[in-house]
Design a protein. Structure first.
Length: 253
């Protein structure tokens, strides 16, 4: 059984972390499997949107401590290798063109927290919890948490979260800007399906450019970014999908 399962239907790639017996903790196999699954989905022309979810009670318990080794040199090399493998997926999520929806049904800890909140749209069940476990384990952040969290919630709040290891409820995570929306646990699957279907019905080019523009705004000057927006909304309007939608709107149909 694969540590990350993939199902493709109706333009949606459903990726599921599937080490439920280990709380979907990240070992080398899961880190490698996630990158393979994300790479395949991002390159598949039949896929318009990617959904990342998890089997079992936990979304992801963070790094699998049993896979870290025991001796100092072994632990340094092993933990670093697992982190670097996971970071291939973190970088791909940021760089790929297709939107990512994350569906968080349970606790997300450590690097699992970063995977959970890395979606363009993050849906969380009311019972979900977000635990930056590094401080409790006397470890430093990985998974891009010290890069992504300050961008989502601000440096001050991210620093406190990472230094103290404070657990956030789903509603607290939404208030902090880590979660898009909190839904009842029994409604999470249906809401995830609805959101994914809506995205799958949108123009892939326009979604890719929207994703790129938001990320480009991290580095660009305002004037350069405004020109980038102007150029691409013109291109979008001239594309078949844009023209058809504008025509439909103007006709009142």
């Amino acid at each position: 059984m694969s540590a990350v399962e993939t199902r493709i239907a109706d333009g949606v790639a459903w990726l599921t972390l599937n080490r439920r017996e280990a709380g979907n903790a990240i070992d080398m196999a899961l880190a490698e499997g996630l990158f393979v699954a994300l790479s395949a989905a991002s390159e598949d022309e039949a896929v318009r949107v990617i959904v990342l979810g998890a089997a079992g009670k936990l979304f992801c318990g963070g790094g699998d401590l049993s896979d870290f080794g025991t001796e100092p040199e072994e632990m340094r090399d092993r933990v670093g290798a697992i982190a670097r493998e996971l970071h291939r997926s973190v970088a791909l999520i940021d760089e790929m063109e297709k939107p990512l929806v994350t569906s968080v049904q349970g606790t997300a800890a450590g690097a699992g927290l970063v995977l959970a909140v890395s979606g363009d749209i993050v849906l969380a069940a009311e019972r979900a919890k977000f635990v930056p476990a590094y401080a409790a384990m006397n470890l430093t952040p990985d998974g891009g948490s010290s890069w992504l969290l300050p961008r989502l919630m601000g440096e001050r709040r991210a620093m406190e979260l990472l230094l103290t290891g404070q657990t956030l409820t789903a509603h607290e995570a939404a208030e902090a800007g880590l979660v898009s929306r909190v839904v009842a646990g029994e409604a999470l699957e249906d809401e995830t399906t609805r959101v994914a279907a809506a995205l799958a019905g949108s123009d892939p080019w326009a979604m890719a450019q929207t994703r790129r523009l938001v990320r480009a705004g991290r580095r660009a000057s305002l004037r350069a970014h405004l020109e980038d927006e102007a150029e691409h909304i013109g291109l979008a309007a001239a594309r078949p999908a844009g023209r058809a939608t504008i025509k439909k709107f103007l006709s009142g149909s």
